[in-house]
Design a protein around this ligand. Structure first.
Ligand SMILES: [Cu+2]
Length: 345
């Protein structure tokens, strides 16, 4: 496994001039490659950050081009923030691969300062693959996705606390080689994280449109102003995740921190299965709440069937309620039910 200064696929992508995903090679052959350019494919943010997990691909080589940019993001209703991103959003896009896949990363720094990428799913020397690159620079490397799970990806440029609190994180899902052992009807990816905006800027947010700057002292004191799922406080209270009665639902939950744990819980349900780190060989059954450390991930499954978590509303929260109160709570709507406003935890 070597780190190369060259860039795979970019020339081909540029020639194609298309977004998205190009399949090449034999239909079921080992040369089959999936390419995604996250400079051209951006996660939908409206009406809420799209929490649906990307569909798995049979290709055994996955190539991801990931631009790093500085963007104004909305972290709560009416509160904008000077964010730093992978792929233009906070969190960045979800990468989905399968255990045994070759994963090729092309990192492109389109920001005015140094950044890097650290994939928790990669067994690779950090001084090579995770090194900081400057404005306008690119870095390409590859690794084999050996470990199934839900993993954090983040910028590792010092001070790491600053680069994570600015929004440089995302999830990579590594599907087990032999599948999850169950058939999920719906899959969602939830990334928990905290924001530490300057109070002055936040208070003026309704008056001027000036985005908030980071309060580094607050971050060092773990004094989060917002704790969120998928980048924005309370967004799934207004726009619930929707599933059908009878669905088995799989949640890939990654806790980006940078500081706080996530005590993941669904009000009105018991997790049929929890896979700590997202590895099915770690399976737990009948779980009420499961803690995910900062920098960790887990896979949760719940079944919403008639007579047991059937039609109705369910809240997903971090059960550390100081943090739920700061935005880390959302709703799951099961079946065709009317959700009263103001409901929730
Ligand atoms: Cu960075």
């Amino acid at each position: 496994m070597t780190v190369r200064g060259t860039v795979w696929g970019l020339v081909a992508l540029a020639a194609l001039g298309v977004a998205a995903i190009a399949m090449t090679g034999a239909r079921r052959g080992t040369e089959e490659i999936e390419r995604i350019d996250f400079g051209m494919v951006r996660t939908a943010l409206s009406p809420a950050f799209d929490a649906a997990a990307p569909a798995p691909s049979a290709a055994r080589v996955k190539e991801f081009r990931i631009p790093m940019t500085h963007e104004t993001v909305e972290i709560a209703d009416g509160v904008t923030y000077e964010g730093w991103t992978f792929g233009g959003t906070v969190p960045g896009p979800v990468l989905r691969v399968r255990q045994g896949d070759t994963v090729r990363i092309t990192l492109v720094n389109e920001s005015p300062m140094g950044h890097s990428i650290d994939l928790h799913s990669a067994r690779i020397p950090m001084n090579e693959a995770f090194r900081t690159i400057g404005p306008g620079e690119e870095l390409a490397f590859e690794f084999e996705a050996r470990d199934a799970g839900a993993f954090m990806v983040h910028c590792g440029t010092p001070p790491v606390l600053l680069h994570i609190m600015q929004g440089m994180y995302m999830a990579i899902v590594v599907d087990p080689e032999d599948g999850w052992g169950t058939e999920a009807d719906k899959e969602f990816v939830l990334v928990q994280s905290e924001f530490y905006p300057e109070a002055r800027a936040e208070e003026s947010a309704g008056i001027s449109n000036a985005p908030a700057a980071p309060d580094y002292d607050a971050a060092r004191s773990r004094d989060a102003r917002y704790v969120v799922f998928n980048g924005k406080a309370f967004q799934y209270k207004d726009h619930p995740l929707t599933v059908d009665v009878g669905d088995r639902v799989r949640f890939f939950v990654v806790n980006a921190g940078p500081n706080l744990s996530s005590d993941f819980h669904v009000v009105g349900a018991v997790f049929d299965r929890v896979y700590p780190d997202g590895d099915p060989s770690h399976a737990l059954t009948g779980v009420q709440t499961y803690g995910i450390p900062a920098g960790g991930g887990a896979v949760f499954e719940a079944v919403f069937e008639e007579g047991a978590s059937g039609a109705g509303a369910y809240a997903f929260v971090t059960h550390a309620f100081a943090d739920a109160d700061k935005g880390a709570v959302g709703l799951i709507q099961v079946g065709d039910v009317e959700l009263a406003s103001g409901m929730g935890h």
